[in-house]
Design a protein around this ligand. Structure first.
Ligand SMILES: [Zn+2]
Length: 146
């Protein structure tokens, strides 16, 4: 990861610093973390590091295509897996996992209202992760009433 982190930072036009490498290392250890998650992971090791540095590093990496930004209910999650792909979200714990890329251009073209030009699209599936399925039983409102 360290070698790869150096390449990603250079590709993003950022100077390689231990703090920025730590941002990428923390990102590689979690599944789709937020900037806050990354900050909490590395702040104890880099006491002078601010949340702004984490945000700025992630934004610069994203702007150069070295990190993918995943929109999650208005928040931003980050992903080192930058080739196009989709996600599934656990509606209980909020964990995200990757889905293969859904690239049905014919479906998109057929479904797009007249006059619109689609530039990019994402698919976010909702469900329950394996841990949440095996944990506490669903609350009454999570059950279909039948
Ligand atoms: Zn992903």
């Amino acid at each position: 990861m360290v070698g790869d982190g150096v390449v990603r930072l250079r590709e993003a036009g950022l100077r390689v610093t231990p703090q920025r490498l730590a941002v990428l290392d923390a990102l590689s250890r979690r599944s789709h973390p937020t900037a806050d998650d990354i900050y909490r992971d590395i702040a104890p090791v880099y006491p002078g590091l601010g949340l702004a540095t984490v945000y700025n590093t992630l934004s610069a990496l994203a702007a150069r295509g070295q990190v993918l930004v995943v929109d999650d209910r208005g928040g931003r999650r980050y992903d080192l897996h930058v080739t196009p792909h989709q996600h599934i979200r656990c509606r209980r714990c909020g964990m995200l996992a990757d889905l293969p890329h859904w690239n049905d251009r014919q479906w998109i073209d057929g479904a797009t209202p007249a006059g619109w030009a689609v530039e990019r699209w994402t698919l976010m599936a909702d469900g329950l992760c394996p841990d949440c399925q095996s944990a506490t039983p669903a609350t009454p409102d999570e059950h279909d009433r039948n």
